[in-house]
Design a protein around this ligand. Structure first.
Ligand SMILES: *Cc1c(COP(=O)(O)O)cnc(C)c1O
Length: 477
């Protein structure tokens, strides 16, 4: 299986090379040259396997230059001992919907599904390709990717990692998780700006050829780990009956994995894209017009506070199959702030449905679901749960619906408690955890409780235009 850029750069690369590079040389994203097909009996056979066995099954269809032994090793190191549920991603009935809990990994957010595995694949790729230079991973995070990447890459051989997060734009627990990260190869910096500023800064650094030369002199190559599309879409598959999925969406990685699964043969009905008040994707999926020129809101679901949703570019490519067109749209997005892809509207409507919930609706949803079912949703999952209910009500489609749950409520304790009617004014993060434990009866994730005594190691802050300098000084250190 070869990979190439959504924007048409001519080089075709192997999966190991694509994993090492992260971004294509023309600024595009790597996509697979085709979708491997699985038959229904093959898909059904996955049901009897462990999560790790399923993962190897699916990964070997995409990562054809890795041996089965290599993949088995990567997968068992990634998921074997770091998750607190043997099923890794358990499905639980909550009301009329199925909730797929993707947050049982070490950082309590769904990013662990991909970012525990990626470092393993990258170290293996380094060995396979004979790479000698240090790989420097740059990450812009809206909160969860940063910690998940730091945890996955800490002390990885031949790899260093630098994370930029929006100053004041992440939850207190998310911030604490990042600034206390240990490891000789890590750096964490707050950027005075929002997530889009940080993401743009990282993309600019990738496109900067002068910078690449300076880094080459330091025997360093850049790579990325931004909302890497996790191919391990794992659902409750009925025998051939389509299932709908609702995904709380920011950078479009998770929902894109659902689309890939559909293209591979999984009986997926509609993919419902759930957004918060930053509803640029809701508008796009309804009109085909992507317009990032709008107010940016800081919401109680900060991991979805995004106006430039980067993996959407991959969907554009798969629907249009025209790299020149994709490059033109991306160019317009940069220069004008807007593009019109309404030619794709029929295909978008066939596969997707979209809705959003602002903070008030999100709070209402947390409380209503708690009162009805005693299950405590995190803020992101609540946005999705609401969108799933909207979808059922407005379309009458009663097929099974899986709501992807992307974070433990403990990561956003203050907002969740507020929704449940608690006054948190006098509580620090840890008192909030105790209070949430009393209300939700859910175990406090051990790693979050341990933040109480963790030492803050990263207090750096930079301006939006200071990211270049920060990367260079880290590379030199
Ligand atoms: C990253 C994240 C999302 C959004 O996922 P994308 O793949 O970026 O669309 C939603 N919820 C949580 C908790 C996240 O960390």
């Amino acid at each position: 299986m070869d990979y190439f850029s959504t924007r048409g750069a001519t080089e075709r690369v192997s999966s190991a090379e694509a994993i090492l590079k992260g971004l294509a040389s023309d600024g595009g994203l790597f996509v697979p040259a085709s979708f491997p097909q699985m038959t229904l009996p093959e898909i059904e056979a996955l049901r009897d396997l462990s999560y790790e066995e399923r993962a190897v099954h699916i990964l070997r269809l995409y990562l054809t230059d890795y041996t089965e032994e290599e993949l088995k090793g990567c997968v068992s190191r990634a998921y074997g001992h770091t998750f607190d549920d043997v099923r890794r991603a358990p499905v639980r009935a909550v009301g009329d919907l199925e909730v797929l809990e993707l947050w049982h990994g070490p950082t309590s957010a769904f990013k662990d599904m991909a970012l525990q595995l990626l470092p393993q694949l990258m170290s293996t790729a380094r060995a396979k390709t004979g790479e000698q230079d240090t790989i420097l991973i740059l990450v812009a995070t809206s909160g969860d990717t940063g910690k998940a990447a730091l945890d996955g890459f800490a002390d990885a051989e031949g790899i260093r990692i630098m994370v930029f997060y929006p100053d004041g734009g992440v939850s207190p627990v998310q911030r604490l998780q990042m600034v206390t990260q240990e490891g000789a190869n890590v750096s964490v910096v707050a950027v005075r700006g929002n997530f889009d500023d940080a993401q743009r800064g990282v993309k600019e650094i990738f496109g900067d050829t002068a910078m690449a030369k300076e880094l080459a002199a330091l025997h360093t190559k850049l790579s990325s780990a931004n909302s890497i599309c996790c191919l391990l879409a794992d659902g409750k598959i009925e025998a051939g009956d389509p299932v709908n999925f609702t995904v709380p969406t920011g950078n479009f990685g998770n929902i894109l994995a659902g689309y890939y699964a559909k293209r591979m043969g999984l009986p997926v009905g509609k993919l419902v894209c759930a957004s918060n008040a930053n509803n640029v994707l809701t508008d796009f999926l309804q009109t085909g017009i992507y317009d990032r020129q709008r107010d940016f809101y800081q919401t109680m679901s900060p991991s979805m506070d995004i106006l430039v949703s980067s993996n959407l570019e991959r969907l554009l490519y798969h629907l249009a199959e025209d790299t020149r067109q994709v490059a033109a749209w991306m160019q317009e997005l940069t220069t004008v702030g807007k593009y019109n892809a309404s030619s794709l509207l029929p295909a978008l409507r066939e596969n997707f449905w979209a809705a959003f919930a602002d903070d008030r609706a999100t709070e209402e949803e947390i409380r209503a679901v708690y009162e009805r079912t005693e299950y405590t949703l995190d803020t992101h999952t609540a946005v999705a749960y609401r969108a799933a209910e909207d979808y059922r009500r407005e379309t009458g489609d009663a097929r099974p619906m899986v709501v992807l749950s992307t974070a433990s409520p403990y990561k956003f304790g203050a907002s969740v408690l507020h929704a449940l009617g608690e006054d948190t004014a006098q509580m620090d993060e840890f008192a909030q955890m105790e209070c949430l434990h009393a209300r939700s009866k859910m175990e406090i994730p051990v790693r979050l409780a341990a933040l109480r005594t963790a030492v803050v190691l990263h207090e750096g802050v930079c301006e939006k235009d200071g990211m270049h300098a920060a990367v260079l000084s880290f590379a030199e250190a």
